[in-house]
Design a protein around this ligand. Structure first.
Ligand code: GFB
Length: 250
């Protein structure tokens, strides 16, 4: 069960319970039926709120996560506990990828529940169509590393085939590619050629102000991996939403 900042803030209990049940169901049944490898998906929100930067894979259990999404974060941490115990007791090499903030075609574009990129893409599409201002939630100052879903899918296939560790691996662009939410807004505005007013609603939370993650481990394995340039990936996402509006999840 996944969602953006605001859905997490409303439903910490559901995020905790549903995900703990999903974790145990999938991982225990995989073990029972002799599945050789499982690659689970975590998130950089599993890391401690109060931490040094950049965050790396060794720091997951070092302190409490950000209060906005503690239900989801603790549930996702338990996948790492499950994987380690499964290896210790049965020698199974189940592992996890820890992506930063994901976006791309086929996302959930439900404005109230979704992550920031699908939210901005959907809201900008509607603002342009209806000739209204674009409402951005929060100050726009929070920092995020964005990963295009197509790039992340390629990393997952590599992890499934080649990565042999039980320890998780962060799937992210480099620290130098961290952006503000305002940068992301500007890219979406450009993607649609939106000319209207952009309003930042500072009565809404910014969430965790940053969670800068290191991709040094990924780079050690895949020094030549090429991420899709952010602007191009945002444009593809905007074009996909516009071309498929009738069938998108919203
Ligand atoms: O993707 P997002 O919802 O989640 O991004 P997080 C939230 C950031 O984007 C905040 C700003 O700084 C918001 O103020 N923002 C601006 C918006 N406009 C919008 C909008 O229309 N919708 C949304 N959703 N945000 C999540 C965790 O944190 O990260 C999840 O809560 C998950 O558990 C995910 O791990 C990757 O990056 O803050």
């Amino acid at each position: 069960m996944v969602g953006g900042l605001y859905k997490n803030m409303r439903q910490n209990l559901d995020f905790w319970r549903d995900n703990v049940h999903i974790n145990d169901n999938v991982l225990y049944m995989s073990q029972e039926f002799g599945v050789v490898k499982v690659v689970s998906c975590l998130s950089t929100c599993v890391f401690p709120d109060k931490t040094t930067y950049p965050i790396d894979e060794t720091m997951m259990h070092n302190g409490a996560p950000h209060e906005s999404n503690y239900g989801y974060a603790y549930a996702k941490r338990m996948i790492d506990v499950h994987n380690r115990a499964c290896f210790q007791q049965y020698g199974l090499r189940y592992t996890a990828v820890i992506p930063t903030n994901i976006f791309g075609p086929h996302d959930n574009f439900n404005i109230e529940d979704c992550h920031v990129m699908p939210g901005l893409v959907h809201k900008t599409y509607l603002a342009k169509k209806e000739g209204k201002p674009l409402q951005v939630w929060g100050s726009g100052r929070a920092l995020r590393q964005f990963i295009y879903s197509v790039d992340l899918a390629r990393l997952f296939v590599w992890v499934l085939r080649e990565y042999d560790e039980v320890e998780p691996i962060i799937g992210s662009v480099g620290e130098e590619d961290e952006l503000t939410i305002k940068d992301a807004v500007d890219a979406v505005v450009e993607g649609f050629g939106f000319k209207g007013e952009v309003i930042y609603d500072t009565s809404k939370s910014d969430g965790q102000i940053k969670k800068t993650a290191s991709n040094a481990k990924l780079r050690k394995y895949l020094p030549d991996f090429k991420f899709t340039p952010f602007i191009a990936a945002v444009k593809e996402t905007c074009d996909w939403l516009a071309a498929n509006y009738d069938i998108v999840r919203k």
